[in-house]
Design a protein around this ligand. Structure first.
Ligand SMILES: Nc1ncnc2c1ncn2[C@@H]1O[C@H](COP(=O)(O)OP(=O)(O)OP(=O)(O)O)[C@@H](O)[C@H]1O
Ligand SMILES: [Mg+2]
Length: 332
């Protein structure tokens, strides 16, 4: 199959309208072959809908997209052979065991019986499911199902893999295994387009990131570029003497060149920290001016802060809480 294009994905002005709702409202994306591309956005931003259009599962209302140069609408059959899709929700058979599910998928994809068995065992091992391999899925926890679903999508290793929130609901250990797997896929020549709500995940994996919100790309760039746009991190200080607040603020402006935010809580100050190197100067100045600190810490920007800065609103905290509930693992 022809993959002789530098671009795994090129999308221009993609639009999908559901009734009154412009779920995807003119999205442009360019994903270079052989890279990991992260689509970062809050619930309802249009991430899954965008993937569905790129994966030929949903027809765009406007705009166009090509996968390795093949048009998703006119050449849908070719596109389907170039891609693998992991949907956000599992699509495996409840009554069968993990091994049986994977073997069926493998056989459907044309692997021989022995190849199917080998591939299934290797994937179950990679996703930490070996011990549970013979258990019917009905007895799997949410996190285990999620892992199996991902394993199933990786049997055929297509040139372009869409992973829709691959680590939502996974525990931290499994999440980092998943990251290793994604890196392996790319080392072996695949291109990965993943969606995520976690800034850290995009940061760890993605060569470039598009931040989408209400159906539009609101920022695009490397993780470094995006973080720089919200400030690398912030410095949180508590003064031993709350009466020093004004003086401390003045010293911060002089040494860091930024305006500190004074918290209503006595003596608490937050300052954006664009250049960590200059913080040493700040502490020296504090000592010289007799300002004493009782606490200090450095906070990385959270996903919330990135969204706040880029979109003017944060991630919907209710929906994040709902996602967190899925994390519970049942140890049957
Ligand atoms: N089949 C559909 N019919 C009607 N509306 C839909 C449909 N699919 C998605 N939507 C709406 O389109 C918008 C974008 O949804 P989408 O699933 O693409 O968001 P998302 O970024 O994947 O969110 P999440 O992080 O929650 O998965 C939402 O307002 C959603 O309610
Ligand atoms: Mg989604």
């Amino acid at each position: 199959m022809a993959t002789n294009s530098d671009w795994a994905v090129e999308a221009h002005g993609l639009v999908k309208v559901f009734g009154e709702n412009r779920a995807v409202d003119g999205v442009d994306l360019s994903v270079r072959a052989g890279t990991v591309y992260g689509v970062l956005g809050p619930n309802g931003a249009g991430k899954s809908t965008t993937i569905s259009m790129l994966a030929t599962l949903l027809r765009p209302d406007a705009g166009s997209a090509t996968i390795f140069g093949h048009d998703v609408q006119r050449e849908a059959q070719i596109v389907r052979q170039l891609i693998g899709v992991t949907a956000q929700f599992a699509s495996v058979d409840e009554k069968l065991s993990a091994t049986e599910n994977l073997i069926i998928f493998s056989r459907l994809l044309g692997l021989s019986r022995s190849q199917a068995r080998r591939k299934s065992a290797a994937l179950l091992d990679e996703f930490g499911l070996t011990e549970a391999a013979t258990r019917p899925l009905a007895k799997f926890s949410g996190g285990m199902r999620r892992r199996l679903d991902l394993a199933a999508s990786l049997i055929a290793q297509p040139p372009l893999i869409f992973l829709d929130e691959p680590t939502t609901g996974l525990d931290p250990r499994t999440r980092s295994q998943m990251w290793d797997t994604i890196r392996r896929l790319v080392n072996e020549g695949s291109t990965v387009l993943l969606t995520t709500q976690y800034l850290e995940e995009a940061d760890q994996l993605a060569d470039r990131i598009a931040v989408i919100d209400t159906g539009r790309v609101v920022a695009e760039g490397t993780a470094e570029e995006l973080k720089a746009s919200v400030g690398e991190s912030s410095l949180q200080l508590r003064l031993a003497d709350g009466g020093d607040v004004d003086e401390a603020r003045r010293v911060i402006r002089e040494t860091l060149g930024v305006d500190a935010v004074i918290s209503p809580e006595a003596g608490r100050i937050t300052a954006p920290m664009a250049d960590p190197d200059r913080v040493t100067d700040l502490f020296i100045r504090f000592r010289e001016t007799g300002i004493r600190l009782s606490e200090m810490s450095v906070q990385k920007p959270t996903l919330d802060e990135v969204f706040l800065t880029l979109t003017g609103h944060g991630v919907d905290s209710d929906s994040v809480a709902a996602e967190t509930i899925q994390k519970e693992e049942v140890h049957a």
